[in-house]
Design a protein. Structure first.
Lengths: 241, 435
């Protein structure tokens, strides 16, 4: 799904050069749930931004779903981002003067779907995150957890292959965080690849693989997927057995 | 996507009503200032008879003194003498021709309830009506035979017919002017002329003529022109001496249907003046002119320098308003950096962002244009109230309405270019983290 080889990212000013990523290699397979951890300033967000085609990289290779993204123009990168990637941010990033329906509609507009197709996808996405009855609500009328669910619906509406989540539970209390995490796990189970940056070791432990970044380099990467910590659904399923 | 962007633009306007109001009002003020002055200038200078303005030519002959030119820039006199007008009319070398002068006469109404009043009219030839095409409500013009027969006939303007006959069909009735009875042969409808282009020597924006009399008849009755009269040497006393003098007081127009006919007529004028030189007239070098309607209007500076300067100032004010709008748009778009970053993350290309924000600028421009249109109408009402002469040209026509809206939108788009370009430079990654 995502493969970076010897990737580097250098921020240059007239005074200094900062190496945000150096000799950075990673390979995330289809359907994986990868947690990215590391101290502040280690390069986690830079990795996520490059993975999400929001930033250019200085050197190396990056293949996204079989596409070499080196040297791509802005239009092509935007189209690829729109079609393949969904974003979930720590601070939700919903547009305050659009209701949930219109917020979820934003990426679909750029995709060029017809009105009927967009409506169908929006309704399905909001239903999937349990907000079908809140379509006409504005973000300010929702709790933090609901806003993050709406943001997830927006990320899902375009049926992306890859979901990039940057501290998705960072602004939520533990109850809401658990709900959001379970939703992400559910999405992953249905085949969407997820890469999640987190500071929380407990959340990281629930991912199939962990990547640890220090000083812009991968210092620890689970070679093989490992068993996830059972979710509440898993436990319920086990209990039923 | 266009409709989506327009919708986003409208939402954005609603989001910051104070900022929006400042931008819209700023553009509206600039548009109103520039369009009010431009409308006046446009209508002053617009072609009053576009379907034949290139066929109607104003005749100028330089009969002025050998010692001193009529004007420093070498232009010949702007009117001709009676004897030249008669000679040219009798030669009848043009397809149509009409000499004319302005005349003020006392009118004595039949109706005893009406007091006598002074009316301003025009003395001319039958071809005047075919050449300048005033619209008739009743009857029609007199004919060339009536010119030759010195007929005592009159064509009335709408207002004087309203005054004398209550607006009824007065053809066949009699009007007494300066003690002479004239039979009404035609009554005009309201002849809406922005500029009275056929007689610019007596004020381009004067009121329409109230009556029209045959040239030959007025001369028979020794009616002197009420318009401008210029002489370069004194003449003997008396009516006949005045007619024979080198004083210029007659305007003359000819209609020539083709460039070939124009060349022929020009040649005829030169021959005529050469002949007159042999008789001791026309001491100056040949300097005859045949200017068409628009050339004549330019020559007579119908659009004055003052009006051009006012229009320039109007547009300078619009430029100031646009600079203000650029600042406000910059502030508005900067506040939306977070949303821009988000939209970029969700798949918007720079081109999408550019289009969205340029359309938002256009929406501001359209709103400013509509308000500016209203202010322009008010501005023109003020111009009409302040300058009675500009009554006919301080009017908004459809072309100027369209120009107003288009100018507002183009102005706002220009003002929006830099802020929009800046919006496109927003680095999405940085914005998303700082949201």
């Amino acid at each position: 799904m995502l493969q970076m080889k010897h990737l580097s990212k250098v921020y240059r000013t007239h005074m200094v050069e900062t190496h945000a990523l150096r000799d950075f290699s990673i390979h995330v397979h289809d359907g994986e749930f990868v947690a990215v951890t590391g101290p502040s300033g280690s390069g986690k967000t830079t990795f996520l931004n490059i993975a999400g085609l929001l930033e250019e990289f200085s050197g190396g290779e990056y293949w996204l779903d079989g596409v070499d993204v080196r040297g791509m123009g802005d239009d092509a990168r935007s189209r690829l981002r729109n079609e393949k990637i969904g974003f979930i941010f720590q601070s939700f990033n919903l547009i305050p003067d659009l209701n949930l329906f219109d917020n979820v509609d934003v990426p679909l507009r750029y995709r060029g779907f017809a009105a009927a197709e967009r409506r169908k996808r929006i309704e399905e996405a909001l239903a999937r995150v349990g907000l079908a009855s809140r379509m006409k609500h504005y973000p300010s009328e929702l709790s933090g957890g609901q806003q993050q669910r709406a943001a997830i619906a927006r990320a899902l509406a375009g049926s992306p292959r890859l979901l990039l989540a940057d501290e998705p539970t960072g602004n939520l209390d533990s109850l809401m965080a658990r709900g959001v995490m379970e939703l992400l796990e559910d999405i992953n189970r249905q085949g969407t690849t997820i890469i999640m940056v987190t500071h929380d070791p407990e959340l990281a432990a629930r991912a199939q693989r962990n990547v640890h970044i220090i000083d812009g380099q991968v210092t620890d990467f689970d070679a093989e997927p490992r068993l996830r910590v059972p979710t509440r659904d898993d436990r319920a399923a086990l209990a039923a057995v | 996507m266009f409709a989506y962007y327009v919708e986003l633009g409208l939402r954005s306007l609603k989001r910051n009503p104070v900022l929006t109001a400042l931008m819209v009002f700023g553009i509206a003020l600039g548009i109103a200032a520039s369009m009010t002055t431009l409308t006046v200038m446009h209508l002053m200078g617009s072609d009053p008879i576009p379907w034949k303005s290139d066929k109607l030519h104003y005749v100028q002959l330089d009969n002025w003194s050998a010692e001193q030119p009529y004007s420093d820039d070498g232009r010949p006199p702007d009117q001709i003498t009676y004897r030249d007008a008669v000679a040219l009319m009798q030669a009848a070398k043009a397809d149509r021709q009409a000499a004319m002068f302005k005349l003020s006469l006392p009118v004595q109404p039949e109706n005893p309830e009406l007091k006598p009043f002074q009316a301003l009219g025009r003395v001319t030839h039958a071809d005047f009506f075919a050449m300048f095409e005033p619209p008739f409500a009743h009857g029609g013009p007199w004919n060339r035979d009536q010119d030759a027969g010195h007929a005592r006939v009159v064509v009335l303007g709408k207002d004087i017919n309203e005054k004398l006959f209550g607006g009824q069909n007065s053809v066949g009735r009699t009007v007494r002017m300066d003690g002479v009875d004239y039979t009404v042969v035609g009554v005009l409808k309201d002849w809406k002329l922005r500029t009275r282009y056929y007689d610019l020597t007596n004020g381009a924006f004067a009121e329409p003529d109230e009556f029209y009399l045959p040239f030959t008849t007025a001369i028979d009755l020794k009616q002197r022109s009420s318009g401008n009269n210029s002489c370069w040497k004194s003449s003997d006393d008396g009516w006949d001496a005045y007619l024979e003098s080198d004083c210029v007081w007659i305007q003359m127009w000819v209609e020539l249907d083709s460039p070939a006919r124009l060349a022929e007529y020009k040649s005829f004028l030169d021959d005529y003046v050469s002949e007159q030189k042999k008789l001791g007239r026309f001491p100056r070098p040949l300097n005859n002119r045949l200017l068409d309607v628009t050339e004549w209007m330019r020559d007579q500076k119908v659009v004055s320098r003052d009006v051009e300067v006012q229009t320039g100032l109007g547009f300078a004010f619009l430029a100031v308003c646009l600079v203000n709008t650029i600042g406000l748009l910059l502030a508005k778009f900067t506040r939306k950096s977070g949303e821009i970053g988000l939209r970029r993350a969700l798949g918007a290309s720079r081109r999408n962002v550019f289009t969205q924000f340029l359309i938002e600028s256009g929406v501001v421009g359209l709103s400013g244009g509509l308000l500016g249109l209203l202010l322009t109408v008010l501005g023109l009402i003020a111009v009409r109230a302040l300058y009675a002469d500009y009554k006919s040209v301080a009017q908004l026509d459809w072309s100027m309405v369209a120009t107003t809206i288009a100018l507002a939108i183009v102005s706002a788009l220009l003002a929006g270019l830099y802020p929009t370009w800046r919006a496109c430079q927003v680095a999405p990654a940085a914005q998303l983290k700082t949201q």
